[in-house]
Design a protein around this ligand. Structure first.
Ligand code: PEP
Ligand code: MG
Length: 558
């Protein structure tokens, strides 16, 4: 275990991978004085022209960089280059400069403040664009003051980059050979930092609140798979961890299924998909089937319930992509973070604990029978082995009712175990259904009473939390006793180490993003079934998520 002097800090893991190196901070520009003497009326128009020229120049530079990049890096830069010359933003600055005589630098600050407020009020993805706005402000001010553009320092050697939050222009210009990993104090899993880091395959952690206390030049070992940053690590141990990680990445690339341990114990590795296109792509991976088809994601922007026939058209391509293989279709998981117009209660006080998943049957009683009709109809003539399951089941009566509706239509019926009540009473839930699938994202959220969307709670929303592991283990054990399949389809299944633990607990299939299958398959193929069972036994004795991870590592990476 770590020595007494070892220090750690944590954030939300975004891109897996281990890196060791020295910290380099991205410097933000100095904030200009809030007030400056008003400009003479006769000079105001010229001052505005100076502002406009600065925005044109910044936009041009961003555009040039966008043209030299590909994929989402280029898209992000292009979008930012357009924001600099946004009409409403420039209009707001003009109002301050020509109307009030505010100098261009201060007018830039004020115009940005207004839009930052507007974006924050809009919330969600708009709020995550606040960093982009502030980046534009800083670049325009630097241009106005004749200073070099702010951003990433010139890197002489490969470093681990720390920042408050990376602006899109920073991340898009990153040289992956010089940046071993990224960690930011702010940001979220969908912020630009995350999008670009994912694209470039740079290990990344966001929302690491304590990062500010770590000085540039400090040696750190960063684990983008767990969100942990270790300060001043032992050089030999860090080097070994980086080498082992590089080997793992290579093994993941070349791994070929089916999923099994070194000594041949099988555990099907399935894909999580959200539409026909995703299923088509997953069918070209090593996925042995689909373990979670999130049907609600097909209807997020749709204002009215689609007809049964329309739904059949949506489901059929998913089944066709996996002809001859298993496809687990989840019925609508509307509500909370996935509002669907026709089956969600708007403005709930506490939506994660509100009318979501199977509970929406209370407000839209025809929705579930219609959806099951559509799934049954898509199943007819399809060659896939179709199973159907309900999300957010919390009482035995709900499980019984759902299973009856599904079986009446000739469908194999299951439920998700996402609410602790379903795990705690697994012996009573399992006889009602043909299978269960553990949704570890929500099971963790509800067991730890921690909002899975909140970056401040990342240490709680960790599936390695012992209470969560205990519930998974109990459910898997009960499934084994009753001869019923118990799968896992939450993010936990995509963690190679945890996947081995889950197999050791008796989980019968693992479903994850298709891109994660190689790493999980490779890890499983490197250990024996007995090692997995030993790891499962050891993690259940741990009193913290970290201790559980360490216990598993000790057995599985021996
Ligand atoms: C889960 O909760 O683990 C799950 C797979 O469902 P979702 O992430 O769609 O809520
Ligand atoms: Mg869920």
């Amino acid at each position: 275990m770590a020595g007494e002097t070892t220090q750690y800090t944590y954030g939300t893991p975004v891109v897996a991978g281990i890196a060791h190196g020295e910290v380099a901070w991205v410097q933000r520009p100095q904030t200009p004085a809030e007030y400056a003497p008003a400009i003479e009326e006769s000079e105001r128009e010229a001052e505005y022209q100076r502002f406009e020229a600065a925005t044109e120049e910044v936009s041009k530079r961003l555009m040039e960089r966008a043209q030299n990049m590909v994929g989402s890096a280029s898209d992000v830069l292009f979008m930012t280059s357009q924001m600099v010359v946004d009409k409403s933003w420039r209009q707001e600055a003009k109002k301050h400069i020509t109307g009030e005589g505010t100098p261009a630098v201060q007018a830039t600050v004020r115009a940005t403040e207004k839009f930052v407020e507007l974006f924050k009020q809009a919330g969600g993805l708009m709020a995550e664009r606040v960093t982009d706005l502030k980046d534009i402000r800083d670049r325009v001010i630097a241009q106005l003051q004749g200073e070099p553009e702010p951003g990433i320092p010139t890197l002489e050697k490969a470093v681990i980059l720390f920042a408050d939050d990376l602006a899109p222009a920073d991340t898009a210009g990153l040289d992956p050979t010089k940046v071993l990993a990224i960690a930011t104090i702010l940001g979220g899993p969908t912020s630009h930092t995350s999008i670009i880091a994912r694209q470039l395959g740079i290990p990344c952690i966001v929302a690491a609140r304590e990062l500010g206390s770590i000085e540039g030049g400090t040696g750190v070992l960063l684990d983008g798979g767990t969100g942990r940053i270790e300060l001043n690590p032992d050089e030999d141990i860090a080097k070994a961890a980086v080498e082992a990680d590089a080997k793992r990445r290579e093994a993941a690339k070349s791994w070929v299924g089916p999923g099994k341990t070194k000594d041949g114990e099988e555990i099907p590795l399935l894909a999580n998909v959200q539409d026909g296109k995703g299923a088509q792509k997953a069918s070209q991976s090593q996925a042995e089937g689909i373990g979670l088809f999130r049907t609600e994601l097909c209807f997020l922007g749709v204002s009215q319930e689609p007809s049964v026939e329309e739904q059949v058209q949506v489901y059929r391509p998913v089944l066709d992509a996996f002809a001859g293989r298993k496809v687990v279709v989840r019925t609508l998981d509307a509500g909370s973070d996935k509002p669907v117009d026709w089956a969600s209660v708007p403005d709930e006080e506490n939506p994660a604990l509100g009318v979501r998943g199977l509970r929406t049957s209370g407000i839209a009683p025809n929705q579930l029978p219609n959806q099951l009709d559509a799934i049954a109809s898509a199943n007819e003539g399809s060659e896939a082995d179709v199973w159907v399951m309900a999300p957010m089941v919390s009482t035995v009566a709900e499980a019984r009712w759902f299973a009856q509706l599904a079986r009446e239509r000739g469908l194999v019926a299951g439920i998700m175990v996402e609410v602790p009540s379903a795990a705690i009473l697994a012996p009573l839930f399992l006889p009602e259904v043909d299978f269960v699938s553990i949704g570890t994202n929500d099971l963790t959220q509800y067991t730890m009473a921690a909002d899975r969307m909140n970056p401040n709670l990342a240490t709680y929303t960790d599936p390695w939390q012992p209470a969560v592991l205990a519930l998974i283990s109990y459910t898997a054990k009960t499934g084994k006793t009753q001869g019923k399949p118990v799968g896992v389809c939450g993010e936990a299944a995509a963690d190679p180490l945890l996947a081995c633990v889950l197999h050791g607990m008796g989980v019968t299939s693992l479903s994850m993003a298709a891109s994660a299958i190689g790493a999980v398959g490779a890890q499983l193929s490197s250990v024996t079934g007995e090692q997995c069972r030993q790891a499962a036994e050891q993690v259940l004795k741990a009193d913290s998520a970290d201790a559980a991870r360490y216990a598993a590592r000790k057995v599985l990476e021996a």
